[in-house]
Design a protein around this ligand. Structure first.
Ligand SMILES: Cc1cc2nc3c(=O)[nH]c(=O)nc-3n(C[C@H](O)[C@H](O)[C@H](O)COP(=O)(O)O)c2cc1C
Length: 309
């Protein structure tokens, strides 16, 4: 009997839906004992979000500062597993605070150490650098990343920005104004994520995880858009400066912090609507000279390797 644990956090339930579909095959197998563990916060974030909470979570998310968790004495966390599936969402180009807090908690190392891990992420589309941060957190726990499945909103960047704001601020995964497409990972992609189950089950039963990511890639577990790598990297540099600056001005939600939070929210609008198109233009202008880099980046960010530099 193989023991599998899914560790997850979700606000809308999207990530749980994805995880359930991915693990359906394991759930149905008599050879697998499957458990779920939901990361719980002492003080949870609101959903739907309000503007203040949404932007105030930025510095701590980006600086990967932990928050207090509860339910860590749960017996599920005391066992060892043959496979752990870590389902996380990206906040501000980083692992969300709940997931980051879990991976930095003392509970994580004994649980994850020497254990094969599959990461599953359900984000808007900017997840690549967050996954690099997850790779580091897993390495710090001596865990063994063997697979990654990244599901995203497939609509063009600017459309998904508009629709996700509607979703996050109302809690409704519906068509904004009745004309925009539905936000987030499409119902079709969520449903079809069950296609990864048989591959995972076969690998689990044979305990041969070496080739798992290649097999997941064959099933389109990850789609890398080279422009988003460029954007993600650039934005990480600027977000770092903003996060340290705002963090130095006061605690989350404090009065002292609010003017800077406001400035950041304006910056974000400018970055998305003005800077991103300029970066895209530069990306197109340098498309040919950067061909080799683009190919090697695509290969690396699709993989479960962590660059040592
Ligand atoms: C505060 C916040 C910041 C987010 N930042 C990003 C981001 O940088 N990149 C991205 O692709 N998605 C981002 N998202 C979308 C989430 O990754 C995720 O898709 C969405 O919150 C739904 O997740 P759920 O399963 O928790 O409901 C963000 C969401 C929130 C709430």
């Amino acid at each position: 009997m193989k023991k599998v644990l899914v560790i997850y956090y979700t606000q809308s339930g999207q990530l749980l839906d994805i995880s359930k579909n991915i693990t359906q095959e394991l759930e149905d197998s008599v050879e697998v004992d499957l458990s779920y563990y939901e990361i719980k916060l002492k003080k949870n974030f609101p959903f739907p979000w309000n503007k203040k909470a949404f932007f105030n979570s930025f510095p701590e998310t980006f600086l990967q500062i932990e928050t207090d968790l509860v339910d860590l004495e749960n017996p599920i966390l005391q066992g060892k597993y043959d496979l752990i599936i870590l389902s996380y969402q990206v906040w501000y180009l980083s692992p969300s605070i709940p997931v980051n807090s879990f991976l930095k908690n003392d509970i994580a190392k004994p649980l994850l150490e020497n254990t094969p891990i599959i990461t599953v992420n359900g984000s808007r589309n900017m997840w690549i650098m967050a996954q690099e941060k997850i790779k580091i957190l897993l390495t710090n726990n001596n865990a063994n990343l063997v697979g990654n499945i990244a599901l995203v909103d497939r609509h063009i960047n600017h459309i998904s920005v508009i629709t996700i704001v509607h979703w996050m601020m109302t809690g409704l995964k519906t068509k904004y104004l009745g004309v925009f497409p539905k936000p987030g990972v499409s119902d079709k992609d969520i449903k079809e994520s069950s296609k990864f189950g048989p591959i995972i089950l076969k690998t689990l039963l044979s305990s041969k995880f070496n080739d798992l990511q290649n097999q997941l890639l064959d099933k389109k577990a990850v789609k890398i858009k080279p422009f988003l790598i460029v954007m993600d990297k650039r934005a990480n540099i600027l977000f770092g400066k903003w996060a340290r600056f705002i963090f130095s001005k006061g605690k989350p939600n404090s009065k002292e912090r609010q003017p800077y939070i406001k400035l950041f929210s304006i910056y974000l609008v400018i970055a998305i609507w003005l800077i991103a198109p300029i970066v895209f233009l530069l990306f197109l202008l340098t498309f040919i000279p950067f061909t080799r880099k683009r190919i090697s980046d695509k290969k690396y960010y699709s993989s479960v390797q962590l660059k040592k530099d």
